[in-house]
Design a protein around this ligand. Structure first.
Ligand code: GLN
Length: 454
């Protein structure tokens, strides 16, 4: 049914870069047989899933939205893919994204725009616009995204889906093409909070192949979601982050947010206001740390090891000249912009002024979170300042595009988990997202409060 749906609507939505129809059907048939034979199966066995194209899949094209990886067939599976395969979820295919996960609209993909199913003239968010659009358009019930600065949560907000960025270290990064290694996390994109809990539990947990993976059991997320569904939040302290509300947020976004606070109050939660002054500098710190790490991670795409190789049009074919020709042809403008920014921020003489200062701001943000979580069990804000914008609106203005991430970025800088869940429609008829943040390793609180609000 999902493959039929993809065939019917993906021409218009373009959520997928690659559809693995036959292997998905083969998995589905195998699970049917196992079920008929009475074999014990995982709760999600047979439920199809789509994967953001930054997740490495053995023998299946994996491009990270970039021409530089066109034609590369990975020789191995990411840990999360192994877990998904072991549990018997048919993999429908790979979804579109901003090149190397850099962007907030999926317009930076080298393979064309993904459309927002709510309005085909509008962006589906980014960088994981393909995963969010696939779930919103009923092409897939579950998807995997990655979130370095909001790329699961902001697409979730603008497409009316649930998206979760787990605690840093909660889900293995082995086999995710790295953008900014100290910020990257993979997580679920679904239509309900309980679906996210099931998928998060499946892919989460310790992995010795990721040196930053947390070596302790994941708190029970499914139990928390089931408990939250009873809508009793007595004793739960909810902190509204004053720096992430009010000015700069679209009127309809603020209105829906305030209505949700009333619902939380009605469920017995205590609503308090908290201030995190350093969040004002989060965007500036992120856009130094992220390009710095990305410039280093992307050095491996040199025309020798993976995918594209371009030889210089004339002159000698040296390693350096092949590298320059390949990177010149293979990377898009946004990726080049960030490599240049990152290389500059890391260069001798500027390192302390830029990268060093940004790291200090990062520590201040972590302290703000610690202080706020001294008073509140969870923190909340709108996920994104506006609903989905039109194609082209922010493409020529990188700073305007970056501003879309103000509310999502602090969580990545501090490593804490965050969820975006549907929060009704704004006055323009487009979906709004409600963001919940919890202390590191307390991802269960997202599910408790999220399920109560859903
Ligand atoms: N939009 C942010 C950026 O462009 C976040 C990207 C992400 O989370 N992958 O960096």
């Amino acid at each position: 049914a999902h493959l039929d749906r993809i065939a019917a609507v993906d021409g218009a939505v373009h959520a997928f870069l690659h559809v693995s129809g036959e292997s998905a059907l083969a998995t589905a048939r195998r699970i049917d047989e196992q079920r008929a034979a009475g074999e014990p199966l995982h709760e999600l066995a047979g439920v199809p899933i789509a994967l953001k194209d930054i997740v490495v899949t053995k023998g299946v094209p994996t491009t990270a939205g970039s021409k530089i990886l066109e034609g590369w067939l990975p020789p191995y599976d990411a840990t999360i893919v192994e877990r998904i395969k072991d549990a018997g979820l048919p993999i429908l295919g790979k979804t579109n994204m901003d090149e190397f996960a850099m962007g907030s609209s999926t317009e930076h993909s080298a393979f064309g725009n993904t459309k927002n199913p709510w309005d085909l003239d509008r962006i589906p968010g980014g960088s994981g616009g393909g995963s969010a659009a696939a779930v919103a358009a009923f092409e897939a019930p579950l998807a995997i995204g990655t979130d370095t600065g909001g790329s699961i949560r902001q697409p979730g907000a603008v497409t009316g889906t649930v998206g979760v960025k787990p605690t840093y270290g909660g889900v293995s990064r082995y086999g995710l093409i790295a953008m900014a290694s100290s910020l990257d996390q993979a997580g679920p994109v679904t239509r309900t909070v309980l679906d996210s809990a099931l998928l998060h539990e499946l892919v989460g947990g310790h992995d010795p192949r990721d040196s930053t993976s947390i070596d302790e059991p994941v708190p029970s997320l499914v139990d928390a979601a089931r408990k939250g569904a009873s809508m009793d939040l007595t004793g739960v302290r909810v902190g509204v982050v004053s720096e992430l509300t009010g000015e700069g947020y679209q009127e309809g976004v603020s209105a829906r947010f305030n209505e949700s606070l009333d619902l939380l109050r009605a469920a017995g939660a205590e609503i308090i206001e908290v201030s995190c002054p350093s969040f004002r500098s989060a965007l500036a710190a992120y856009y130094l740390i992220m390009p710095a790490e990305a410039s280093s991670n992307l050095a491996k795409f040199d025309g020798m090891r993976f995918g594209l190789r371009v030889e210089p049009a004339e002159g000698p074919v040296t390693a350096e000249r092949v590298m320059a020709a390949t990177r010149g042809a293979g990377f898009g403008d946004e990726v080049k912009r960030r490599i240049i920014l990152g290389t500059y921020a890391l260069s001798a003489g500027y390192y302390d002024a830029y990268y060093g200062s940004a790291q200090k701001v990062r520590t201040l943000i972590q302290r703000d979170f610690e202080a706020a979580f001294g008073h509140a069990d969870v923190l909340v804000s709108p996920t994104a300042p506006t609903t989905a914008f039109k194609f082209g609106e922010k493409l020529d203005d990188p700073l305007a595009m970056y501003l879309n991430d103000v509310a999502t970025i602090p969580a990545n800088l501090a490593g804490v988990p965050g969820m975006s869940l549907p929060n009704g429609l704004s006055d323009d008829g487009l979906p709004v997202g409600f963001q919940i943040l919890a202390p590191a390793r307390a991802d269960d609180r997202l599910y408790l409060v999220g399920a109560a609000l859903e």
